[in-house]
Design a protein around this ligand. Structure first.
Ligand code: FES
Length: 174
């Protein structure tokens, strides 16, 4: 889930033919797989940046499931987004090594200084903050991903600098 391609659509494209076409193409490409729902959900999010509500009845219909069953899977896995993300995605590691090296203080800093909370997007839609659990970069904890790129030994000062940069640059979320 950490090296997703760039978002291909905008929030306004939620129900457009392009979006529906993308959903249908992902469904068609994965239809023959065993346990096809998860690959379909991942495929849709990879291409659209999130899983729009319009995907749910199409997935249910394709897999002969109820919409409640699709919703159940979608909401069970926290990696799936049901709303469009910001232009950039920060994923702060909350696993043990990063906890020991101060990720909680970074989380508080993000919230208090930048108005960023987990699973939320900044009002200017520049940044979405998500938790992640170990990036394999424990020796350089605390760690985070900036648009899929691992960064270590994160400090509040570095965060301030990166966020300032991200707020003024175009999209690159993954
Ligand atoms: S615990 Fe954060 S990178 Fe391993």
């Amino acid at each position: 889930m950490d090296s997703r391609p760039q978002t291909k659509t905008s929030p306004a494209a939620h129900g457009t033919q392009d979006t529906l076409g993308t959903i249908d193409a992902v469904i068609a490409a994965n239809r023959s797989l065993a346990g096809a729902l998860l690959p379909m959900l991942h495929g849709i999010q990879d291409l659209l940046g999130y899983v729009p509500s319009t995907a749910v009845p199409r997935l249910a219909n394709a897999l002969n499931l109820s919409q409640a069953e699709v919703h159940g899977v979608l909401s069970f896995y926290h990696d799936f987004r049901t709303v469009p993300p910001g232009r950039h995605i920060l994923r702060l590691c909350r696993a043990e090594a990063c906890q020991a090296m101060g990720c909680d203080a970074l989380e508080t800093h993000l919230q208090q200084q930048h108005g960023l909370s987990f699973h939320e997007t900044a009002q200017d839609r520049s940044i979405t903050l998500e938790p992640v659990y170990c990036l394999g970069n424990c020796a350089c904890a605390p760690s985070l991903l900036v648009n899929g790129e691992v960064r270590g030994r994160v400090t509040q000062e570095k965060l301030d600098r990166w966020i300032q940069e991200l707020r003024t640059t175009a999209g690159g979320n993954s």
